[in-house]
Design a protein around this ligand. Structure first.
Ligand code: ADP
Ligand code: MG
Length: 680
């Protein structure tokens, strides 16, 4: 880079904190586009890390190019062919001895026309593809003889970009920003730095790593800071919580009466969780508890107990579920459980449809419990004495929704989050240092593990035959199909499958359930399935979360190879919720890739969520499970729990000891708006 690197800062201010416009060549327009990536300051640029790297260090001879790989190569232009018109197009043959490849350019620029002339020597970088006439590159980067070379001496970073800012430009800007890297304050307490790398060294290595990639220590160095920042934020939230006041809920005998009238005995794990919650609710500061339990472990009952404790003490409670289907199911369950106790339950799906009168009863405090979707957080919904908020399948919600619901209390509310994401306890405790964790480690007694088989599509007829026999003998079955209508993909759609099964299963009632049906239709088909009027329910993945029909014991999952392990496990959790032996058939399209094969094999082997999660971790790395929003775990920028989980306990301890200034500086650096947006 030859441009000026002198960025003047008023003395005393670290240049790192200056806005990106302090860099030469960055005006308001570019700054606006960078803002979309969450990049406001020079420091932000330094922490914008590559998503991957390209190897432009080696000039690969044409003869050694491999289709599917990106490579830097060079040669002489042997021939050029152009086409003008509405879709101008330029092709050039690049030759080296007897080897030739084809370069294709659409809408070629004047620079392309200038450089791509017969006899010209150029180097190109791009992805090699196998075309009809051998290897080709579509729109490679090119450099002519007199131009700056494409060859680099370290790996080339590839950054996440946004419209209007190219990777090339971002590379240039970040390189400029990095000239100030020594000015960054190192926020890791020195005692923690066992890698002996300074922050500046770690950042430089990550942006321009040597040929064998950035050293593990560089990533780890930043991961430490990031995890510490996360822990520091949790510690301060927790301290703030402790100062808040919530309604202490001391119930009398309602809970005991409820448990006594249940048709089953709560498990020991359920009892323990309820006791922990009861203790929390009795206090004058807000409960923050995560209830974890594999699919079918009986979390709903624990939620019911929690709400009863609040109601018994004269307060109100709210339960929020991610889908209307699930909210309605909860409403039915709770209405049945609480009916005899004389406790009305108000369903609240869409505020527009909840009658004014019903909302008035909630606002007036007449109704103790509201169960609904995120419609609950709408402004028109008000409570009189809201003391407890329960969030089911919490990983489906953003923090914002959770906070909005909690804000409906006059003072701080107690909060219970439920999740089926199986995370080892120690990890959960470190990750959620602000939460207490209860775990339902056992399923209700008498449950048999779901037997699982994987079969190729070609065996569908057998599967249908088996279903005909089983349902003829009274069984109930789900047939899950990931798509709704026939689309671009050739996968069978739920609608087509519905037609097929109605034909193939005469005498059996087949129902259809998908996300685009209106709520009333969904409810009536669900009700018919529960009642047994529908025996085979063709469904999309809408049934993935929470749906509980204990009498269903056969499940077929279409195109199982296209779904992730966690999702397959959740889906399978729809059966095996009663005492009968349940079966799951995973239908796949052959041939199976290695990873898909491993996934299906894992499901055949175990139906324990923790084991499945462990396997998932191995198959795709923690980044994907823990990083993705579905998991409900914080999305880290550098830290990867597969590699760095062991750092957590230490960071948690250190976070307690941090000075407030350092804690705040860490959150500013690591917990930026960027992440907030990701979660919203
Ligand atoms: P999840 O943890 O997946 O939310 P649910 O709360 O929906 O599980 O419970 C699954 C099923 O098990 C429900 O039909 C529920 O009524 C039943 N159940 C819950 N607790 C027990 C228990 N202790 N004994 C027997 N059945 C139970
Ligand atoms: Mg549930």
């Amino acid at each position: 880079m030859s441009s000026s690197t002198s960025t003047s800062a008023p003395s005393g201010i670290s240049p790192a904190t200056l806005p990106v416009t302090a860099l030469p060549g960055v005006g308001a327009a570019v700054a606006g586009r960078l803002a979309r990536l969450g990049l406001a300051t020079i420091e932000d640029l330094m922490f914008h890390l590559p998503a991957r790297y390209e190897d432009r260090t080696t000039m690969v001879p044409l003869a050694r190019l491999v289709a599917g790989q990106r490579a830097l190569t060079r040669g002489t232009i042997a021939a050029v062919d152009g086409r003008a018109g509405r879709r101008p197009h330029l092709t050039a043959r690049l030759a080296d001895g007897r080897t030739q490849i084809l370069l294709r350019f659409f809408h070629p620029t004047t620079r392309h026309h200038r450089l791509l002339v017969a006899g010209g020597e150029i180097s190109v970088y791009g992805e090699v593809r196998l075309g009809p006439h051998g290897c080709e590159m579509v729109h490679p980067e090119i450099a002519g003889a007199g131009e700056e070379s494409l060859q680099e001496d370290s790996l080339t970073p590839v950054y996440p970009v946004t419209a209007g800012v190219s990777v090339k430009r971002l590379r240039r800007l970040i390189r400029l920003a990095l000239t100030h890297v020594e000015a960054l304050p190192d926020l890791l307490p020195p005692a923690l730095n066992d890698a002996d790398l300074s922050l500046a060294q770690a950042l430089r290595l990550l942006h321009a790593p040597p040929l064998d990639g950035p050293p593990v220590a560089a990533r780890r160095r930043l991961a430490q800071e990031e995890l510490l920042a996360h822990q520091a934020a949790l510690v301060s939230m927790r301290r703030a919580d402790r100062k808040e006041r919530a309604h202490p809920c001391q119930g009398t005998d309602l809970l005991a009466r409820f448990l006594a009238q249940l048709p089953f005995q709560p498990t020991a794990a359920q009892h323990a969780a309820i006791a922990e919650i009861q203790a929390d609710l009795g206090r004058a500061w807000p409960m923050r508890r995560l209830l974890q339990g594999d699919v079918g472990s009986g979390k709903t009952l624990v939620a019911a107990a929690a709400t009863l404790i609040a109601i018994d003490a004269g307060y109100q409670a709210a339960i929020m579920a991610p889908t209307e289907l699930l909210a309605r199911q909860h409403h039915k369950t709770f209405a049945a459980w609480f009916g005899d106790l004389g406790i009305p339950v108000l369903p609240l799906m869409r505020a527009s449809r909840a009658s004014k009168e019903a909302r008035a009863r909630l606002a007036g405090g007449e109704v103790g419990l509201a169960i609904g979707t995120q419609a609950l957080v709408q402004e028109v919904v008000a409570f009189d004495r809201l003391a407890l908020v329960v969030i089911d399948e919490q990983h489906r919600f953003g923090v914002r929704q959770r906070q909005a619901l909690q804000a409906k209390g006059r003072i701080a509310t107690h909060w219970l989050a439920m999740s089926a994401t199986p995370i080892p306890r120690t990890l959960a405790q470190s990750l959620y240092a602000d939460l207490d964790v209860s775990i339902l480690a056992e399923r209700p007694p008498g449950r048999l593990p779901v037997t699982t088989v994987a079969l190729p599509q070609t065996r569908r007829a057998d599967v249908i035959g088996r279903m005909r026999r089983a349902c003829g003998a009274g069984a109930k079955a789900y047939w899950v199909c990931p798509l709704i209508e026939e689309g671009e993909s050739d996968r069978l759609s739920a609608v087509a499958l519905y037609d097929e099964l109605r034909q193939a299963l005469p005498g059996l009632a087949v129902g259809l359930l998908h996300g685009r049906m209106n709520p009333a239709e969904k409810e009536s088909v669900m009700a018919a399935f529960v009642e047994g009027d529908v025996q085979v329910l063709v469904a999309t993945t809408v049934i993935e979360v929470g749906v509980d029909v204990p009498s269903a014991n056969l499940l077929v999952i279409e195109n199982a190879e296209s779904l992730g392990l966690a999702q397959l496990h959740q889906l399978r959790g729809r059966v095996g919720r009663g005492r009968a032996q349940a079966h799951c058939v995973l239908l796949y399209r052959a041939p199976l890739g290695a990873v898909a094969h491993a996934r299906l094999a894992c499901l055949r082997k175990t139906d324990d969520g923790f084991e499945v999660a462990q396997q998932d971790l191995l198959l795709r790395g923690a980044g994907e499970i823990f990083g993705d929003r579905q998991s409900g775990l914080p999305a880290f920028r550098v830290a990867d729990l597969a590699d760095h989980a062991a750092l957590l306990p230490r960071m948690r301890t250190e976070a307690e000891a941090l000075t407030r200034e350092r804690g705040e500086a860490l959150s500013r650096r690591w917990l930026s708006v960027r992440q907030e947006l990701g979660e919203a």
